[in-house]
Design a protein. Sequence first.
Length: 277
Amino acid sequence: MNEQFIKLQKCFESIKEKIDFKPKVALILGSGLGDYAETIKVEATLDYHEIEGFPVSTVPGHKGRFIFGYVGEVPVVIMQGRVHYYEGYPISDVVLPVRLMKLMGAEVLFLTNAAGGVNYDFHAGDFMLISDHISNFVPSPLIGENMDELGTRFPDMSDVYDKELRAIIKETAKELDIKLQEGVYVQLTGPAYESPAEVRMCRILGGDAVGMSTACEAVAANHMRMKICGISCISNLACGMTDNPLNHKEVQEVADKVAPLFKKLVTESIINISKRL
Ligand code: HPA
């Protein structure tokens, strides 16, 4: 049997032994949203290192655990701390948590991240609804023997970021009077921020924001036919677009500053999405 699938099943069995909870929505928290769980009704938490065979994040400030609880009345599983490709894990490990959340029962994947703005119309502190992505700079998590139990060998990618979910999030932002940009997210490997020439390349390719996560998770979730949506917090304009050099601390500070608005948008969007599921 497929090695990846055995690993996935092992992790899933390990979770089932400890937690009995069926989420509807899976939420991945990006920078700035780390303490989102404080705003919800938590039922249980599970540290990643308690799950047999699970990849554990090494980035400072990234707590690694699943949180199970309710956003409003909606049962959710939240990833507090994601695994990044630049940490050195194989891409199949990077997306393993997403696959697990689908096995737990989640139908919707709500992705969040902090990203650099590539589009000159964007400003630090903006939010961008992800309309599509470019993931070709990292390996596809679907490479290797196909896990037929999860999805088809050649999945369609025409509507990865679900049109209906996007419409709901746009309406929600409008109701909350939160400005929402929309655009294409480009995933690069990191961990270095992009050079100005790479940022220009992203713009020429049609990108609006650049980051080091998310697209690979969407590819894996789309393979499993989850409904996907994503919002980037534009924490900075990408390298070369301003005179300021980038550093992680400042990027984090902007993400933290707009986090209260981001949390509101995520919470209300999840509630509105669940009404239409
Ligand atoms: N580039 C890549 N990832 C990022 C950035 C950036 O400028 N800002 C936040 N995450």
